[in-house]
Design a protein around this ligand. Sequence first.
Ligand code: 6R9
Length: 545
Amino acid sequence: MCYNVLDRHVKEGKLGEKVAYYWEGNSPDHHMTITYRQLLSHVCRCANVLKQMGVKRGDRVSIYLPMIPELIVTMLACARIGAVHSIVFAGFSSESLCERIMDAQSSVLVTAGKLLQHQTYAICLDVTCCCTRSCKMKLRDVWWDEVMRDSPDECEPEWMDAEDPLFILYTSGSTGKPKGVVHTVAGYLLYTSLTFRYVFDHHPDDVYWCTADIGWITGHSYITYGPLANGATSVLFEGLPVHPHVGRFWEIIEKYKVTKFYTAPTAIRLLMKYGQEPLRKYDLSSLRILGTVGEPINPEAWRWYHEVVGQGRCPVVDTFWQTETHLTSNPDFIFQTFPFFGVEPAILNEHGEELEGVTEGYLVFRKPWPGIMRTIYKNQELFENTYFRKFPGFYVTGDGCRRDKDGYYWITGRIDDMLNVSGHLMSTAEVEAALMLHQSVSEAAVVSRPHKVKGECLYCFVTLKDRKNSDQSAVFIFSVREKIGPIATPDFIQNAPALPKTRSGKIMRRILRQIARNEKDLGDLSTLADPKVVEVLFNQRSEAA
Ligand code: 6R9
């Protein structure tokens, strides 16, 4: 992998002096340019550091860094020595990080002082098995700058087999425990490389910008591996779309003359709120193709993206895919999609029967392709149960889908217990478990509610052990943030004296969802053990967090 994305370009392709990344920091005053040759040199140094620390082929390395060049350097250094990287999104809490380090049994954590609550930007490498409050940091930490300075900048790559693991990336599981999705070297290289080239119609003089965080699959594939495999020039942005002003995205597009821009509907909806004024100040004429990913895009956001950002001349590619699947759709002017080469979707009904023509149902895939996940780390059984058990012979995406008369696929959203908040997938069980950790909570149920910017948001029903307890919403919100991270901040907490349950004791989420959305027509309540509960919950609906 590392040879293909770096050495090949520098040694064979004469791209050594080509810019690999324009790094733009959170503050507009911080920026730098990194060429392919410089990147290769940093990666070799880092690879030697990791080797020095005892990391060998097949070992896991956890990475918990903000969007700085060191993040890309470390992931490629892992690839170079055959170590398996496990990147944890920097917005996750330290508890979430700990859980993922333990599951992956990583021997090294590469992290930033800033994230460990120091003021500096120095980075420490720490041989660690755990780094939460309950465990003491070991005294084996080293400082990035020091070890990198003394490290040689040549390192022979470790030659890997096509099916060797490249990385683990954790994604939410419906049981509440994150699943370590495993991708392998050759299939992932092929699919990131091909989809990048064809979906975004890559040309050598393009400046490509994917605004995702590398902590998510979109960043792995379309900031690091896909663009580098194609010898592309990308923007790597550390900051937020509204800092220090709401025109920051447009300013960056003008500054680097970005030609291909890939972002999420939640970002588009956020920026739409500020109207067209912030865009008018900048020259966006370099843009040629716009991409969207992460959740279904609503027509209003799509129109704004196409007409205001793309000035009506840029195709919008809607790319549906998952941490697990790695595939993207074809470019098109409309916000429905066609499958990529090698991908054969089908739509099934509840009974697993295939539906033909114009229809709606469960989106599944008929055959595997090289870029699909291979297993869940250390849990092949969970892998089989999660993706292949419901409909034998098919890979189950967990998404609903409609096919129209022209054969376009329209993704309608999750049909399992997953929530998609600002393009971040999380399970209701995960948030419920976080709420239940609080000593005053006896039961919790979480459902989604539509949200103007985030797409969906969290509406939590909480039953307290002591009914007389006063309102503790703020405390619950805080504890979910502590446990999972700020992305899982609940928008609504409703005190629920009891939850609607079936006679067999199952919480009826359908009803809770309707209460959260204030949909009065509840249909058949006869399976409920105590239908009166519903009326009580309706009367006490929460309109604010
Ligand atoms: C790449 C990524 C996967 C889930 C997926 C679906 C939703 C992603 C979408 C989309 C509609 C799109 N999703 N892209 N829904 N249109 N273009 O986001 O991976 O974090 O694993 O999420 O996101 O529900 O199943 P991941």
